[in-house]
Write a new protein. Structure first.
Length: 472
């Protein structure tokens, strides 16, 4: 019997527990005291306090399954087999404790021992930093043959200043049938853009300190930080072609099918992209709102707004013309309840926020799509290639189209958006909003966000909405 995603997550944590690690719960997606991050985007992001020495952990060995959001991968969602905006990162960490000679045999044991995940070693490839001879030797020692060890210059983790070091990535070979590049293509190797090989795990050896003057010096305390995408691991273990056919997503896709105009997943490649985007975004917004984020026109809130609207538009492509995204919250909650019971516990609130946002967007959606189509038709007629900043701003401000969405639409039609012009319009609007906000505060007006959620008001344009959120 194939393992479920819940069992797979648990097995990872149990393995590292058996190696003396403390199991930490998943932290909130919203960073605490970290202005450098909009969202928690990896397991190590919530453990910075241990690595920078500001907090000393009870146990220097830690393992977790950490909720993560990466918006930089948004364009990949639905197009690659392996990218999501929300995923769980499984990790094990050494805060100045064990290092390479422990972590490599452990990683190999977890992946290949029949007691644990039991992968066929022939399916696994590792990449190493060319100068990191120690790591290469350790992979050899556990039994990885030389033709499964790939040297790559980009296996070096460095954010400019601070801790850095080489890393080693582990790839799963899904076999020749998934090969989408030619035999002699330079991308035809584990780590290249060949969907045959899926990166499942990244092990970072944080052994150097990148100084402001550019030099790299050895750290007195060396750290290990690893990250394995749960969804990719599950796809490989459950033998699925993409992340989306696993038990983490199929119930969401099935529920979406039921609400669609008779669309079926797997029948049409274009529709499948929409199903995948909806399934991904449903999880992201559910968890983000569950952790306290709210849709708005700035920062995290804007990301949420963009995701909800993108899901609504993709729903429309499947013939769904009623509010539906909020109906996927209980489906997500049911799938995740063994590890994240708080989703079902907070379900009414999460649904209310999503539904309110969907309703508002839907009120102007058709008018916006019509306008956009008109603009595109006009450009094509005149042979122009660029949607003006003013038009993009109008779509954003009056019809609620995030500019990135307009851009995606434009690109599908071989057009572009004048982003500089859009930003100029945006800045002018911000100025106006700032002035208006000053007025409101001086009148001592109350925050009305929560009232708006329970009693969706008639859509009056994002300018007004922006003021309300800004007083949060
Ligand atoms: P890729 O090269 O496939 O984009 P990455 O090298 O950017 O992955 P890392 O930053 O090394 O990813 O993150 C560690 C692990 O987290 C990856 O090996 C992968 O299993 C998982 N992961 C990273 N990004 C995503 C994503 N967008 N969706 C799902 N899983 C991800
Ligand atoms: Mg990536
Ligand atoms: Mg990578
Ligand atoms: Mg990586």
């Amino acid at each position: 019997k194939k393992m479920s995603s819940g069992e797979i997550r648990q097995m990872f944590l149990d393995f590292f527990k058996s190696k003396g690690h403390a199991v930490e719960p998943s932290a909130s997606l919203i960073p605490v005291d970290d202005p450098t991050l909009l969202w928690i985007n990896s397991g190590v992001a919530t453990l910075k306090k241990y690595f920078d020495g500001s907090v000393v952990p009870d146990n220097p060995r830690i393992t977790n399954a950490q909720k993560s959001i990466r918006t930089n991968d948004i364009e990949n969602v639905g197009k690659t087999a392996r990218h999501l905006t929300f995923f769980e990162m499984l990790g094990n960490f050494s805060v100045g404790d064990y290092f390479k000679k422990e972590v490599i045999p452990w990683a190999w044991e977890l992946l290949t021992s029949p007691k644990w995940f039991g992968f066929d070693p022939k399916r696994l490839y590792v990449t190493v930093y060319p100068k990191d001879k120690v790591t290469k030797e350790l992979w050899r020692k556990v039994g990885v043959p030389d033709d499964h060890i790939v040297e790559a210059e980009d296996n070096f983790w460095d954010i400019g200043e601070g801790p850095s070091g080489p890393d080693s990535e582990i790839f799963y070979d899904r076999g020749q049938s998934f090969n989408n590049v030619a035999e002699d293509d330079p991308e035809n190797y584990p780590g290249g853009e060949n969907s045959r090989y899926v990166e499942i795990w990244n092990i970072v050896f944080s052994e150097l300190n990148h100084l402001p003057d550019g030099r790299f010096v050895e750290q007195p305390h060396k750290n290990i930080d690893t990250g394995m995408g749960l969804e990719r691991l599950v796809a490989v273990i459950q033998g699925k072609p993409t992340i989306f056919e696993t038990d983490l997503f199929m119930p969401i896709i099935k529920a979406t099918e039921k609400m669609s105009a008779g669309k079926k997943y797997g029948a049409n490649a274009q529709d499948d992209v929409s199903f995948k985007i909806i399934a991904d975004h449903a999880r992201t917004v559910t968890f983000a709102i569950g952790d306290g984020a709210l849709p708005s026109n700035e920062g995290r809130g804007y990301v949420l707004r963009r995701l909800i609207r993108r899901a609504v538009l993709n729903g429309k492509k499947l013939g769904i013309d009623h509010d539906f995204l909020y109906q996927l919250v209980p489906v997500v909650g049911e799938i995740m309840k063994s590890y994240y019971p708080q989703i079902l516990a907070n379900q009414p609130f999460i649904q209310k926020v999503i539904k309110s946002e969907e309703t508002r967007f839907r009120q102007t959606l058709d008018a916006g799509v019509n306008l956009l189509n008109q603009i595109i038709a006009e450009l094509k007629k005149t042979g122009k290639k660029e949607i003006s900043g003013a038009d993009a701003f109008k779509l954003f401000d009056t019809y609620g189209f995030p500019v990135e969405m307009t851009n995606e639409y434009a690109q599908d039609e071989g057009l572009q958006v004048d982003m500089a012009g859009f930003k100029k319009n945006m800045a002018a609007q911000r100025d106006r909003a700032r002035k208006a906000r000053g007025d409101r505060q001086s009148m001592g007006s109350q925050d009305t966000v929560l009232m708006n959620i329970t009693t969706p008001s008639k859509f009056t344009g994002w300018t007004e909405l922006d003021h309300k959120h800004a007083t949060l």
